[in-house]
Design a binder for this molecule. Structure first.
Ligand code: NAD
Length: 492
C-alpha cells in the first residue's frame, strides 16, 4: 500500500516524486511505501492549515471541547485497532502498543478540559474604574514532528492541546511507521474536526526543513534524537518560531544497598528491555551503589536469560536492519573498551523469521564513564551496569551526563530518596518507579541535552506553549472622566 498525506480532511490525491519503504520489522519485508513531501506539498499542507485557522480559532470553546470528547470516545473504541497498527509497523509487542495508546488517551483527557484551562485572570478595579484581564490566544499554524518509537502517543502529546487551544496543525510523523498518524487523522475527522485543522504530511528531512522555514508556521513541537532536536530548535527559532524540541536520553537507575534487590532487578529488566530498549525513558544504565553490584547483577542476568524474544513474546524486533546492526556494533565496541559482556544478545534464542530485525537482550558489567557504551544513547536492548562506591558518586555521575531526561532511585530510605529528588539534574525522577513518565495533567520533559526550549510537552506546559497571552487594561468611560494628563498612567 502507498501511504500518502492527509490534507484538508482527506487523503492527498497527488503523486510525490520521492517515497520511502515501510518495513514489517518482524519479517524484514517491505510492507508499504510512504510519500516523501517536496516543498510544494509542504506548501499545500500549510495552506490548508492556514485556510482553516480563522474559522477554528473563532469556534467556541464549547464546540471545540465537544469535538475533543468525541475524538476521545472514538479513540477509546478503536484502541485495539490502533495498537495493532503501531505494533505492525514499529514491532513493539501488542501489549506494549496497548500501553502506548492508553498513555495517549491521558493527554486527550487533559485537553478535553480546555474551557477551564484557557480561563484567564481578571482584576476588577485595578485602578479606579479600570479592569485588567488576561486572555490566551492560539499561535496559528503549528507543526508537530514526531519520532518512530511512539507513533501514536507522541503525536497525541501535542495535537489535542494544539487543537484545543484553537491552533491548526501540520503533523509530520516518522517515515518509519507513518500509518498511525493517518489513522488518527481519520478519527479526528469522524469526531467532527473541520477539514484542514489537522493535516498529516509525510516525509523526511526535506519536509521538516520546509516546515521550519515556512513563514506561516508559528510554532514547532519536535521529539526525536538530540542532534536533530538541536538542529530543529536552532533553525526554527532563527526563523522566528516558538520551538520546543525534545531530544534523546541516557537514563540511570540508582540502586542503594538497602533496596529490595528483587524489585530492583525486575524494574531494571522491565525498563531496560521493554519495547526492545527503544524508549526515551528506557533505563540504559544501572548504578549499583556500595557493594550490591554482584548480587544485583546475578538477579538481573537470570531475568534477562528468561526473556522470550519473538513476535508476540516479551520483546519484539528493532525498527530497521540498519538500527539493529548499529546497536549490535556497540557489543564489540564495549568489549574493546574494557566492559564485560555478561549476556550477548546476538546469541539469544529468537523465535522469529531470520530476516526480521531481531536482536536479543544484552547486558554489560564494569561499564565506566568515557566508554562509548556509557556516553552514547544506544536506543536498543543493551543494559549497562556501573558500580559506584557511594550515593554521592552515583549522583555526580548522573549530573555529569549530557542528558537529563529521566532517572530513578531504588531504596527504602525516604531521606535518601528526598535528597536525590532535590539534587539530581534530571527533568523526570522516579522513586522506586523505573519509568517515571508523568501523568497527563503534569508535563513531560527532560533537562540539558534532552530538551531545547523552555516548555515541556503536554499538560499545563502544553497549554502554555500553544497559546500567546494578552493582557487587556480596560476602562468604560462615564461622565466623571475627562481632562488631559500627559503624565505616565498611575494606578490610583
Ligand atoms: P530522529 O531524530 O531520527 O527523527 C525524529 C524526526 O525527525 C522524524 O520525524 C524524522 O523524519 C525527522 N528527521 C530525521 N532526520 C532529520 C534531519 N536530518 N533533519 C530534519 N529532520 C529529521 O529520531 P527517531 O530515531 O525517530 O526517534 C528516536 C529518538 O527520539 C531517540 O533519540 C529518543 O530518545 C528520542 N525520543 C525522545 C523523546 C523525549 O520525549 N525526549 C521521546 C521519544 C523519542
Amino acid at each position: 500500500m502507498r501511504i500518502t498525506h492527509w490534507i484538508s480532511g482527506k487523503p492527498w490525491t497527488g503523486t510525490s516524486a520521492r517515497a520511502g519503504d515501510v518495513f514489517d520489522p518482524n519479517t524484514g519485508a517491505v510492507a508499504h511505501t510512504v510519500d516523501f513531501a517536496a516543498q510544494s506539498e509542504v506548501d499545500e499542507a500549510v495552506a490548508a492549515a492556514s485556510a482553516a485557522l480563522p474559522g477554528w480559532r473563532d469556534t467556541s470553546l464549547a464546540a471545540r471541547s465537544s469535538v475533543l470528547f468525541e475524538f476521545r470516545r472514538l479513540l477509546n473504541d478503536k484502541r485495539d485497532e490502533l495498537a495493532g497498527i503501531v505494533s505492525a509497523e514499529h514491532g513493539k509487542v501488542l501489549d506494549d502498543a496497548r500501553g502506548e495508546v492508553q498513555r495517549a488517551l491521558e493527554a486527550v483527557d487533559f485537553a478535553c478540559g480546555v474551557p477551564h484551562l484557557l480561563k484567564g485572570g481578571f482584576s476588577e478595579n485595578a485602578s479606579r474604574g479600570v479592569d485588567v484581564y488576561s486572555i490566551r490566544q492560539p499561535l496559528g499554524v503549528v507543526a508537530v514532528i514526531s519520532p518512530f518509537n511512539f507513533p501514536a502517543m507522541v503525536p497525541l502529546w501535542f495535537v489535542p492541546n494544539a487543537i484545543a487551544c484553537g491552533n491548526t496543525v501540520v503533523l509530520k510523523p516518522s517515515e518509519k511507521d507513518p500509518s498511525a498518524a493517518n489513522f488518527l487523522a481519520g478519527l479526528w475527522s469522524a469526531a467532527g474536526l473541520p477539514d484542514g485543522v489537522l493535516n498529516v504530511l509525510h516525509g523526511d528531512k526535506a519536509a521538516v526543513d520546509g516546515l521550519l522555514e515556512h513563514p506561516d508556521v508559528r510554532g514547532v513541537s519536535f521529539v526525536g534524537s538530540t542532534p536533530i532536536a538541536r538542529y530543529v530548535y536552532e533553525t526554527g527559532t532563527r526563523n522566528g518560531k516558538r520551538v520546543q524540541a525534545l531530544g534523546g536520553a541516557k537514563n540511570h537507575m540508582v540502586v542503594l544497598p538497602d533496596a529490595d534487590l528483587d524489585l530492583a532487578a525486575d524494574a531494571a529488566v522491565s525498563a531496560g528491555f521493554g519495547s526492545a530498549g527503544e524508549r526515551c525513558m528506557a533505563v540504559s544504565v544501572v548504578v549499583a551503589v556500595g557493594g550490591v553490584g554482584d548480587e544485583l547483577l546475578a538477579r538481573i542476568s537470570s531475568r534477562v536469560e528468561g526473556l522470550r524474544v519473538g513476535p508476540g513474546r516479551d520483546m519484539g524486533p528493532l525498527i530497521t536492519a540498519a538500527h539493529r546492526d548499529k546497536v549490535a556494533s556497540y557489543l564489540d565496541t564495549g568489549v574493546a573498551e574494557g566492559a564485560r559482556l555478561v549476556i550477548d544478545g546476538r546469541g539469544h534464542q529468537v523465535d522469529g523469521e531470520d530476516s526480521g530485525f531481531w536482536l536479543g537482550p544484552s547486558l554489560f558489567d564494569g561499564v565506566r564513564p568515557g566508554m562509548s557504551v556509557y556516553t552514547d544513547e544506544i536506543f536498543g536492548p543493551v543494559l549497562s551496569v556501573v558500580r559506584a562506591e557511594s550515593y554521592a558518586e552515583a549522583v555526580e555521575l548522573i549530573n555529569a551526563n549530557a542528558y537529563g531526561n529521566g532517572t530513578a532511585i531504588f531504596t527504602n530510605d525516604g531521606g535518601a530518596a528526598r535528597r536525590f529528588q532535590n539534587e539530581v539534574e534530571v527533568g523526570m525522577v522516579g522513586v522506586n518507579v523505573p519509568i517515571p513518565v508523568p501523568v497527563g495533567y503534569y508535563s513531560f520533559g527532560g533537562w540539558k541535552d534532552s530538551l531545547f526550549g523552555d516548555s515541556h510537552a503536554y499538560g499545563p506546559d502544553g497549554i502554555h506553549f500553544f497559546t500567546r497571552t494578552k493582557v487587556v487594561t480596560s476602562r468604560w468611560l462615564d461622565p466623571s472622566h475627562g481632562g488631559i494628563n500627559l503624565g505616565f498612567p498611575r494606578n490610583v
